[in-house]
Design a protein around this ligand. Structure first.
Ligand code: GDP
Length: 467
């Protein structure tokens, strides 16, 4: 299939969603304005319920096109082959023949932040290692989540080379002759190489764009896939827990991030907001087949959520563990026994068929990234209640206008075809907010008038590793 076909198919799906978000928000507004008229209220409720049915039917049809257009197998085979190539390249990079002379990049896992944030930090280090063709040495002794280090739960990054020793040493950027370079956290990285996220490799971009709805998520997922290879004990723990939990499909994963995040980095969202999307997921699924049992897996740092869910949603099987939530709460988060909890929650969120969470949380973004390397392309299998997908501390997402827009309200901005926009976020009501890089005006514009711009950069091509 051509890039044009794949991007058009995905664009249709997103535009139906955008259209429906627009209709929803306009109906809510009209209802608020027409409060006193019972008749108008009834008409609008009828309009909304029909519009919702239209939307479900359209989305189901458009996503089914990918199953019947004859390319489904091709997509899967291509995805597996490309993922395998990246994993082999990483294996090659991480297992030099002679560790004494190997070029190394040193990265300290102990960034002063949570598990999701530290995983993203490790991914950034591995991307720089890949970009500089240096073996990554991940220092993790004394890790806040496990004193003995990374290898307690995940396989070492290398079978041949895990020591930081070398003859010549330097801080970033150093030069290509220095044997050992230490990398700072991305926030203080200078100069910044061009291949940091959100860039994907130029040579592989045409392939990645065809096989995945959000190429950068695929790319980040490949690095997590290498990093998160579990130790046998970790696999055993997860398998046993799965059995005890009765984890079965279909299931929707929800991540409810509260405690220290609320009011500082994110707004409060009540359980019903998450569950509305879960309900919507099951209503669409029921268009395909009868669903005998609706399940949700809940991951949260707020232990009270489980009881609330069981009382308010008695027709649901609520999976999850209040003890994990207790170990996730801000006061006990970094104790050694919280590690298995966060690994478990991320595992089951990512195994779910659909994810509802807040992309402002790194836990939610990591779950989504893992979901995407497990499922080939799960780019549409989520609803974020706040941000669009991004990669922390790095470049904004960019879009390109493919239709002109003349503002009709004061908070909207003008678009000309070809304008580039730096995106601040999607308001999930048909409009996004961003800055037009031609006019430097910031404001709202209809999301269907733009397409995402995929950033690319040159990376080493690892000719030593056969395609
Ligand atoms: P963010 O603060 O949500 O962006 O994500 P971080 O991963 O950087 O930090 C939050 C930390 O809180 C996590 O790493 C966990 O230690 C804990 N946490 C938050 N939500 C959950 C959850 O749903 N389950 C578990 N087990 N831990 C969580």
């Amino acid at each position: 299939p051509s890039i044009e076909y794949e991007t058009l198919r995905r664009r249709l799906y997103h535009n139906i969603m955008e259209f429906s978000n627009f209709v929803d928000s306009q109906i809510s507004q009209a209802k608020a304005e027409l409060k006193e008229s019972k008749q108008a209220d009834n008409s609008l409720s009828y309009f909304k319920s029909m519009a919702d049915e239209f939307k479900r039917s359209l989305l189901t049809d458009i996503s089914s096109i990918a199953d019947v257009d004859g390319y489904a197998d091709w997509r899967k085979v291509e995805n597996v082959a490309l993922s395998d190539l990246i994993q082999r390249r990483l294996k090659y990079l991480q297992n030099p023949k002679d560790c004494k002379t190997a070029k190394k990049l040193i990265c300290d896992l102990n960034k002063g932040c949570g598990y999701g944030c530290q995983l993203h930090h490790a991914v950034y280090c591995l991307i720089v290692a890949y970009g500089t063709e240096r073996t990554l040495i991940l220092k993790s002794r004394g890790w806040r989540y496990s004193r003995p280090g990374w290898e307690k739960v995940f396989l070492p990054l290398s079978e041949t080379c895990t020591t930081a020793e070398g003859i010549t040493k330097s801080h970033w950027p150093g030069n290509s002759n220095v044997q050992v370079i230490s990398l700072p956290i991305v926030d203080s990285l200078s100069p910044r190489p061009p291949y940091l996220p959100l860039a994907i490799p130029k040579d592989l971009a045409p392939k990645i764009i065809r096989i995945h709805g959000d190429p950068i998520v695929w790319w980040i997922g490949q690095f997590l896939k290498y990093l998160l290879r579990p130790q046998p004990n970790t696999s055993k723990m997860l398998d046993e827990y799965k059995e005890r939990l009765g984890f079965k499909k279909p299931i929707v994963g929800i991540h409810i991030r509260r405690t220290d995040k609320v009011g500082t980095e994110a707004a409060y969202h009540n359980l019903d907001e998450y569950m509305n999307h879960v309900e919507e997921y099951y209503r669409s699924l029921e268009l395909k087949y009868p669903v005998p049992s609706k399940r949700v897996y809940i991951a949260t740092d707020e232990p009270k959520v489980f009881e609330e869910a069981r009382i308010k949603y008695p027709d649901y099987e609520v999976l999850g563990d209040v003890r994990i939530a207790k170990s996730a709460a801000v006061n006990s988060r970094y104790s050694e026994n919280s590690l298995n909890g966060i690994i478990t929650d991320l595992h089951f969120l990512s195994l779910s068929d659909f994810l509802v969470c807040t992309f402002s949380s790194q836990v939610c973004r990591v779950a989504y990234e893992i979901m995407n390397y497990l499922n080939h392309d799960a780019a549409d299998k989520f609803r974020s209640l706040d941000d669009i997908y991004y990669y922390g501390g790095q470049k904004a997402r960019y879009q390109k206008a493919i239709m002109p827009h003349t503002p009709t309200k004061a908070d909207e901005i003008e678009l000309n075809v070809g304008d580039e926009i730096s995106v601040a976020g999607n308001h999930w009501n048909g409009f996004s907010k961003g800055t037009n890089l031609r006019t430097y005006k910031t404001g709202l514009y209809p999301t269907f008038k733009v397409i995402p711009k995929v950033e690319t950069a040159s990376f080493p091509t690892y000719s030593q590793v056969p395609i």
